[in-house]
Design a binder for this molecule. Structure first.
Ligand SMILES: Nc1nc2c(ncn2[C@@H]2O[C@H](COP(=O)(O)O[C@H]3[C@@H](O)[C@H](n4cnc5c(=O)[nH]c(N)nc54)O[C@@H]3COP(=O)(O)O)[C@@H](O)[C@H]2O)c(=O)[nH]1
Length: 698
């Protein structure tokens, strides 16, 4: 604590009387009363000597007039008198002295203060903040310079530490590679701390032995775990600020590691399927391109196989998505076991996997057959034992393609063929498949155009009532009047129309034409005929179906009772509840509904009861082998009596022989349809046929 010179009043002493007087009397009076000039000088000098800042005054020639103790000691003197009268040139190296003189000369010449200039210390390490102001006499003449400087080394260091911390945080934000970040951080810290040893010891790493007492700052992870520690050696001058700095750096390193792991995880997720952990399409593309390059250089072969599970949707729909996920994981494991390190297994979509077999030693077919057999083995999913089959399509490099996309396209084509072959099959790509695919594409384009231009005509196949022998209805069957190929049967284009969705506009065309024809026959005075129109699965699922039917009826001005929509049994059974709802919607229009191809699906008596049907059409496959197959005859009789039980009329399709007709009549079947009576005929021929039967009856 600084003491005032002997005899001087203690300025910190607070005496109430004195304070009162100070308020009452002028300051000069007070000074004169208590302090002589010498006393005041002594007191001021003691005070100036006490402050750690450097304070001095110089004359115009740069000679020290006064300097406080801090300056005296810093320049290697013991008493101020030793310094008085000296110039900077006499106590500092020439260059430093010149610099000081230059600044002070400027201040004296300009009369302007030079405040807050940061400079390195002339002696020892550190920084000073310098201020110089002109020294003036009573008349305002500049007679020298007064300087004051403060040691700002601690602040400068704190700033450096902070900017180091900021730089590291910026590196973290920029996502600098972790190894680079750790290396650069270590170098930066060691430089900043004058070569002091600093290292980051991450979990699982061996710490380098350091001499001396060790300081450890834990590097925490975001979730409170520990990544490791920042390790350094303890030194005497370690102040609290530095400890905080180390702790802060350790925290920054923790963030960097967290971030690095996040990025690695995101990169992993971007290239892997989250469910099975298998590579996804992105990684597969990358890896396959590299493998293809290698295979091409080494003239080796490589197989790409597309694997698609059969009936996966059924598992999802019946057992739920969690069960579907479990199934996919089992399948992924089974495929991976077979492929091992000699290839890649990737999941590229719902139930689609791709296998790449590198230079297959065993014949490809055998390896894939083993995969197929393994996938098809029973598995327990959510407590239920199930089996799923699969179809596999294969293409080989370089034979079937040299790029990933060529091989994918060709393997996909082969897969399509495998599925067509009835599933659980493997097909190797052949150039003919590409040709077929090309033709299919051309056909789709032609079909699209045909729908736009309406190149379709309807033929009608009569339905004969057994009881009266009269034609009481027809089934409308579409034909494509192809501009080059002539009249095409539906088997050629209906499946394609289903696949592409073109069946929806095509179905609308058929509905309109059929309704118009029915109305035209009525207008021409023919007996009213029930018009049967096939509705495909895709059409039935369209929410617009009911409005399309209503609109077709309305524009033809046809009474709905003459329109019958034929829905296949398998279509209805896919989603019984949904189908019932849609059937009621249609029924409300006043049309009747028939179940087509009956016997090929799995409807039970109890579900059949719930359908608002008018007729059952026995599938022609049951009729074809009558009378050769007694089993078919029994089924046919059973369907007829089922119809009777449910109060539904039964129509037998595909009746080709008199024998079949007699059997069906005997069984009680009400309506017959087939080549025996007529093939599907153009409208004009139907007119003659009906006119003929009417005349015969008359
Ligand atoms: N969604 C739509 N599907 C339609 C439409 N028009 C037809 N089709 C479907 O195409 C399938 C094939 O039709 P098609 O080649 O016309 O064959 C029909 C008859 O010719 C044939 N048939 C009739 N009687 C006999 C016979 O005695 N023997 C025999 N071998 N074949 C015969 O059956 C077909 C009618 O069958 P079905 O529809 O089950 O009553 C056809 O199956 C339709 O599904 C359409 O406009 N939309």
């Amino acid at each position: 604590m600084m003491q005032p010179p002997d005899g001087a009043p203690d300025p910190t002493h607070r005496d109430q009387d004195v304070e009162d007087e100070q308020v009452l009397k002028p300051f000069e009076l007070l000074q004169a009363r208590y302090l002589s000039l010498a006393e005041r000088y002594e007191w001021l000098e003691a005070m100036i000597n006490y402050v750690p800042d450097y304070i001095y005054a110089k004359d115009r020639d740069g000679r020290f007039l006064f300097a406080n103790l801090a300056i005296v000691l810093n320049n290697g003197f013991t008493d101020v008198d030793e310094l008085i009268g000296l110039t900077d040139a006499e106590i500092h190296p020439m260059a430093d002295a010149y610099k000081i003189e230059e600044v002070e000369r400027q201040v004296m010449e300009s009369g302007k203060a030079d405040l807050g200039v940061e400079e390195r210390r002339l002696k020892g390490e550190g920084w000073l903040m310098m201020s110089r102001v002109p020294l003036r006499d009573r008349n305002g003449n500049i007679i020298g310079v007064v300087g004051a400087s403060r040691d700002i080394s601690a602040r400068k260091r704190a700033e450096k530490l902070m900017s180091a911390q900021t730089k590291l945080l910026q590196d973290v934000a920029r996502g600098v590679d972790l190894d680079v970040f750790l290396r650069e951080s270590q170098v930066l810290l060691e430089e900043l701390l004058n070569g002091r040893c600093v290292s980051f010891v991450l979990n699982g790493e061996q710490a380098e032995p350091l001499a001396g007492d060790i300081l450890e700052f834990p590097i925490f992870s975001r979730d409170g775990g520990r990544h490791g520690a920042l390790v350094t050696v303890q030194t005497d001058g370690d102040e609290a600020g530095l400890m905080e700095f180390f702790a802060g750096i350790a925290q920054t390193v923790g963030i960097a590691i967290d971030r690095h792991r996040d990025i690695a995880h995101i990169a992993y997720l971007a290239e892997h399927d989250a469910l099975t952990g298998l590579p996804n399409r992105m990684l597969l593309d990358r890896k396959l391109s590299a493998l293809l390059e290698k295979a091409s250089k080494q003239q080796r072969s490589l197989a790409v196989a597309f694997v698609d599970l059969d009936n996966f949707k059924l598992v999802n729909d019946t057992l739920g998505h969690a069960a579907g996920d479990e199934l996919l994981m089992v399948v992924a494991r089974r495929i991976s076991t077979h492929v091992g390190n000699g290839g890649i297994v990737a999941r590229i979509g719902g139930d689609e996997f791709i296998i790449v077999l590198e230079d297959p030693v065993e014949p490809i077919y055998e390896r894939l057959a083993a995969v197929l057999t393994d996938i098809s083995k029973p598995m327990v999913v959510h407590g239920v034992e199930i089996r799923v089959g699969c179809s596999i399509g294969v293409a080989c490099a370089m034979e079937h393609g040299t790029t990933a996309s060529e091989l994918f396209a060709n393997a996909d084509m082969a897969l399509y063929r495998a599925k067509e072959a009835g599933r659980n099959a493997i097909r190797l790509f052949t150039p003919a498949m590409a040709e077929d695919a090309r033709n299919k594409l051309i056909r789709i384009e032609e079909l699209r155009r045909a729908v736009e231009r309406d190149e379709f005509v309807l033929h009608y196949q009569p339905q004969k009532e057994v009881r009266s022998g009269k034609i009481i209805g027809v089934e409308a069957l579409v034909r494509w009047q192809h501009p080059v190929e002539g009249l095409l049967l539906p088997g050629v284009f209906i499946p394609l129309a289903e696949e592409t969705g073109l069946i929806v506009p095509l179905g609308e065309i058929v509905l309109r034409k059929a309704c118009q024809q029915a109305r035209l026959w009525q207008d021409r005075g023919l007996p009213s005929l029930r018009m049967g129109v096939n509705v495909s699965a895709r059409q039935f699922l369209e929410s617009s179906l009911t409005s399309h039917v209503a609109s077709a009826l309305q524009s033809a001005d046809l009474d709905p009772q003459w329109l019958e929509l034929e829905l296949t049994e398998s279509l209805i059974m896919r989603d019984v509840e949904g189908a019932i709802e849609r059937m009621h919607e249609l029924k409300e229009l006043g049309v009747s509904l028939a179940m087509d191809d009956f016997g090929t699906g799995y409807s039970s008596l109890s579900t059949l009861r719930r359908f608002p049907l008018s007729r059952l059409k026995i599938d022609r496959s049951f009729i074809a082998d009558i009378p050769e197959k007694p089993g078919d005859m029994a089924i046919t009789s059973a369907i007829v009596s089922l119809g009777r039980t449910l109060d539904l009329e039964v129509v037998a399709e595909g009746v080709e022989t008199e024998e079949q007709a007699r059997f069906l009549e005997g069984a009680g079947c009400e309506l017959l349809q087939g080549y025996l009576f007529a093939r599907p005929l153009p409208s004009s021929e139907i007119e003659s046929l009906i006119a003929g039967t009417v005349a015969k009856a008359g």
